[in-house]
Design a protein around this ligand. Sequence first.
Ligand SMILES: Cc1ncc(COP(=O)(O)O)c(C=O)c1O
Length: 371
Amino acid sequence: MSSARQMRSKYMEWAKTCSQAPFNLATSGIMNVPISEFPLSVADLEVTTSASGYGYPPLQERLARHTGAPEECIVVATGTSMANHLAMAAVLKSGDEVLIEEPAYGPLLDVASYLGARVKRISRKFESAFALDSGEIAATMTADTRLIVLTNLHNPSGALLDAETLREIGQMARRAGARVLVDEVYVEMLFDPDAPFSFRIGQALAGSDNPFIATSSLTKLYGLSGLRCGWILAAPDLARRIWLLNDLFGSVAAHSAERMSVMAFDGLEQFRERAKTLLAQNRRLLDDFLDSREDLECFRPPAGTVCFPRLRDDDSEAFVRLLRNEYETSVVPGRFFEMPRHFRLGIGGQTEGLRAGLERLSDALDELGGE
Ligand SMILES: Cc1ncc(COP(=O)(O)O)c(C=O)c1O
């Protein structure tokens, strides 16, 4: 049993205090929607709390439409962050075994550690395009495994988990009496209604409970982080348990934010188009940049806002420091993903800022290489 529980998230501390820069290529979301583009109806805002009960009905209804999941399977949460915490806390107790991908988004590891779970890792290797090997998962699972934790698209690499792999993992988990938490905050960046949404895949598995728990939010793709509109999809019994568990945390949501989230869902097509246009432009800049650099190796993800290049021969720390201090540009150091040769590059910002940031990246790489 773990004695020194993790009570903090080093990545979140870094993100909150060190990631800002004039040229910020560290963020993983699409740039924020300005209020002038938001379909705000002030008359429809309300500063009281919502009526009693679990879930604000208009928001539950929008989420059911958006996800295709029945309302009894939907729990709202304060961003994907709280969604992940609640999902893990509802399934894991101290001493339980959890399998988490490596590299992983730091807070997922931190929450598991905080809950006192025993963490085992399943690898996503650069050499294998960050794919998961279901054989390795089968070999790593034991009778004590309660949960497998994945991201799709993968943070930091952007790699896509396909439906077949997810189905296999779901079946393995079900046989072992475990669940699979898939953080899908990036998967809608495929702009494909047939994207491999894990909860849907779980619903199609014949037999008992859906082994998948999916988490997401309006944060990353839609540029609406400020609303903190997150959700969890889980089998009905588990969803009910999560609602009850949430009574021990925030208990009641900010009702103005719930109402604004309903407005956001009603205008979602506009935000999706905005993101699609921006990402198409920005992706071209990223490809040109990567094509021009022989000193970088990079798996190129099929979609999304992040990629995870590595320096051919070196640790990225000195490079990231130089970039920051001399070129006013931030990226996420690979050490936060347990891979110090790499750094994570985000392309969800405004196009001209990205262009300038990538030029600075090139200049810093040239300086590092002695040119
Ligand atoms: C995989 C992953 N999950 C969750 C989050 C946080 O999402 P939210 O802002 O919805 O809490 C992030 C943010 O970087 C993320 O990369």
